[in-house]
Design a protein around this ligand. Structure first.
Ligand SMILES: Nc1ncnc2c1ncn2[C@@H]1O[C@H](COP(=O)(O)O[C@H]2[C@@H](O)[C@H](n3cnc4c(N)ncnc43)O[C@@H]2COP(=O)(O)O)[C@@H](O)[C@H]1O
Ligand SMILES: [Mn+2]
Length: 657
């Protein structure tokens, strides 16, 4: 029905005028009215037919028009797909064979002298899971996968990646360098000797700045700052901050016992904050024992990265600092309603000894204080010590269960965390969360899991034990009217003895001074022996692990618990201690299944072998020579394999160094 043209509105008006004129003439000249009506009827029929044809014609044309537009769009899409720099591949859902791909894909693979195949598709889909960009040849692509239609889109992002890496390289870096133990090294020497040390430090650091081409600024004899961009920092990271080892070695050659602590931060804009993060990182490097770098991006999600820390703690605690802490703590306690003291989970003798010393400190400050324990986490020696305290008490010993402590807590109560600083290791996390006022006293290296709200933290990784630290600040307390009882002094001394293995490790003159103070307060060796006695059955279990041990690398021994048998912390720890006591052993490890189901690793070492960083790699921590980790959802055998792998990596690094 396409024989009638589509009329324009004007044509229709003319036709209607013509029809009107024709009809009028017809009516005027017609011989009869009936004949006129007959002709007019035929004419109107013709007009109706013409109008219906017009409607049909209009619909047909509209359909043609849409289909033409569609054809054009499809052609141009195909042309675009063929020409644009986006690769499209359709693959078979089951076989992953390519079914169709556009010329851009052909071009990519022709550049590699091949045609895309199933393996390439597998590789793209696999790499897409691992990284944002997929590399094919020399180019980088962003990959989008339409799972439903089995289509892969590859968008060339080579320039974007290059731009991004340039952008990242231009991030600002601020570094703060401090020379560990500078004051001690220069305290009692002549002016000329001090000048030699100053010029050694200055020329070493100038060489360091020349090597990497950064701007170095001296603030004082022992404090420097540096500024550079991330590209320069990346060079130091790739070299694993060998500057630490070089400085340690050179200073030893010059018979100066110095090391470096470096805090570094980087980021975009906000220079004041980058500087602040660098200073915090420097402090972290120092409290972790010095001779290390702590590096962290200036962003809330960033975690610190550590380099070095390969020598035992070099930073010495100073008497001045202990006195200042003692004064500051007295002020905080005086401003609090009362004091609660907690140790870490499965509180051990050192944590209990430190808590008892802190209770005495709070009492001297005129405040009531409570040592908190959890009866479900009681080690046998700690239980015996608490019983002795209860037997001797004047009615109420102030050694309370965690539930009682939570009830006694008042809005303005102070919490003192001893022998730990990580909230994740605290005796009871819910109890910890009840407090707004917090003080931390610890002898472990600090890491980033640290209470933000701490009013005061006294962390000295060079101290033998938390008991030593607390007894030292106790000695600086001005009020000597309230003395420690003999049992309290005995428990604090037991804490020092436990961590120093009866004064055979990690002791300094300060350790003996603290012990002497406790003796003067009536610490009783017989009582300590009773409290610390080893249960006969436990002794046999420790030996079971020791007998089941092997030398896995020269000087490194690994003892395994019996499969299917469960052990407490102390048994595992004692097994590692016992193995380390054997001739020729530099490091010992004990792996057992803990009574709570996880796998426990205790690590011990001597002679500059750092087990802390090893255990950190396995999710734990501790000290340089005494560390541990707890691993969930792995078997003893899997943990053993992991440990051997981290040891191999370490030994490899040490061979190269
Ligand atoms: N996940 C962790 N993160 C950080 N640090 C950790 C983690 N897990 C453990 N640590 C620290 O590592 C060291 C070593 O722990 P360990 O379990 O091997 O040994 C501790 C006690 O189990 C052990 N101990 C307690 N009582 C006795 C005793 N009567 N005889 C022998 N050994 C005993 O001694 C270790 C106590 O160390 P301290 O708490 O540092 O004083 C440790 O530092 C963990 O905190
Ligand atoms: Mn402890």
């Amino acid at each position: 029905m396409n024989f009638v043209k589509r009329f324009t509105p004007m044509t229709i008006v003319f036709i209607m005028i013509f029809v009107q004129v024709f009809e009028s003439l017809f009516v005027i000249f017609s011989s009869s009215r009936y004949v006129a009506i007959g002709y007019l009827f035929l004419l109107n029929l013709l007009i109706t037919f013409i109008l219906l044809s017009q409607v049909k014609n209009y619909q047909l044309r509209r359909h043609d028009f849409i289909s033409k537009i569609n054809d054009e769009a499809e052609n141009s899409l195909n042309a675009t797909l063929d020409n644009m720099p986006i690769g499209v591949i359709r693959f078979n859902e089951e076989t992953r064979e390519p079914e169709w791909f556009n010329p851009f894909i052909d071009m990519i693979y022709k550049g590699l002298d091949k045609v895309i195949n199933k393996d390439d598709i597998d590789l793209i889909l696999q790499k897409k899971k691992e990284d944002q960009y997929v590399t094919i040849g020399n180019q980088k692509y962003v990959v989008n996968v339409d799972e439903e239609k089995h289509l892969i889109y590859l968008i060339d992002a080579t320039k974007e990646v290059a731009f991004r890496s340039d952008f990242n390289d231009s991030r600002a870096v601020i570094g703060a360098i401090s020379v560990d133990n500078y004051d001690d090294a220069t305290d009692l020497i002549s002016d000329s000797g001090r000048t030699v040390i100053n010029s050694f430090i200055a020329s070493f650091l100038e060489e360091f700045s020349d090597k990497y081409a950064f701007y170095l600024r001296r603030i004082s004899s022992s404090r420097y700052f540096f500024f550079c961009d991330y590209r320069v920092l990346d060079g130091m990271i790739k070299d694993k901050f060998t500057v630490l080892k070089d400085f340690r070695t050179s200073s030893a050659e010059n018979e100066i016992p110095l090391t470096l602590s470096i805090g570094v931060a980087y980021g975009w804009e906000d220079f004041p904050n980058i500087g602040k993060v660098a200073m915090n990182n420097l402090e972290l490097a120092q409290v972790r024992g010095g001779d290390q770098v702590v590096l962290r991006e200036n962003s809330t999600q960033a975690r610190p990265i550590y380099f070095g820390g390969n020598s035992e703690s070099r930073t010495q605690k100073s008497r001045t600092r202990a006195r200042a802490i003692s004064t500051a703590l007295q002020t905080i306690i005086t401003e609090s309603e009362d004091v609660f003291i907690v140790g870490h989970r499965f509180t051990d003798m050192d944590a209990l000894g430190a808590a008892i010393a802190m209770k005495a400190f709070a009492n001297m400050s005129g405040k009531e204080a409570f040592v908190v324990y959890d009866e479900n986490q009681l080690l046998p020696d700690v239980q015996r010590a608490i019983e002795k305290m209860n037997d001797s008490a004047d009615g109420f010993t102030h050694i309370v269960k965690v539930e009682t402590a939570a009830r006694l807590k008042k809005p303005n109560s102070l919490l003192i965390m001893v022998d730990h600083s990580k909230p994740s290791q605290t005796l009871d996390f819910d109890f910890y969360n009840l407090f707004e006022k917090l003080v931390v006293i610890d002898h472990h290296r600090r890491d980033d899991d640290f209470p933000e709200q701490a009013l005061l933290s006294y962390i000295e990784s060079s101290a033998s034990s938390a008991s030593e630290l607390t007894v030292e600040i106790l000695q600086f307390h001005g009020n000597n009217n309230r003395r420690m009882s003999s049992i309290e002094a005995s428990i604090a001394l037991a804490g020092i003895e436990m961590d120093t293995k009866n004064f055979t490790k990690a002791t300094t003159a300060r350790t003996f001074e603290a012990a002497a103070y406790l003796r003067s307060r009536g610490a009783d060796n017989d009582l300590i022996k009773v409290i610390m006695a080893t249960d006969f059955e436990k002794y046999k279990t420790v030996n079971e692990i020791v007998i089941n041990s092997k030398v896995i690398f020269p000087g490194i021994v690994l003892g395994m618990g019996i499969e299917g048998q469960k052990y407490d912390n102390i048994t595992t720890a004692k097994a590692a201690d016992t193995m380390l006591d054997m001739a020729g052993v530099t490091a010992s490890f004990a792996i057992t299944t803990h009574t709570n189901g996880f796998i426990s690793v205790s690590a011990r070492s001597r002679n500059g072998f750092n087990v802390q960083t090893l255990m950190e790699q396995m999710g734990g921590g501790g000290h340089f020579n005494n560390a541990a980790t707890q691993i969930y959802e792995k078997s003893m055998e899997e943990v053993r394999t992991d440990l051997i792998r981290v040891l191999e990596e370490r030994l490899e690094i040490e061979h190269k160094a």
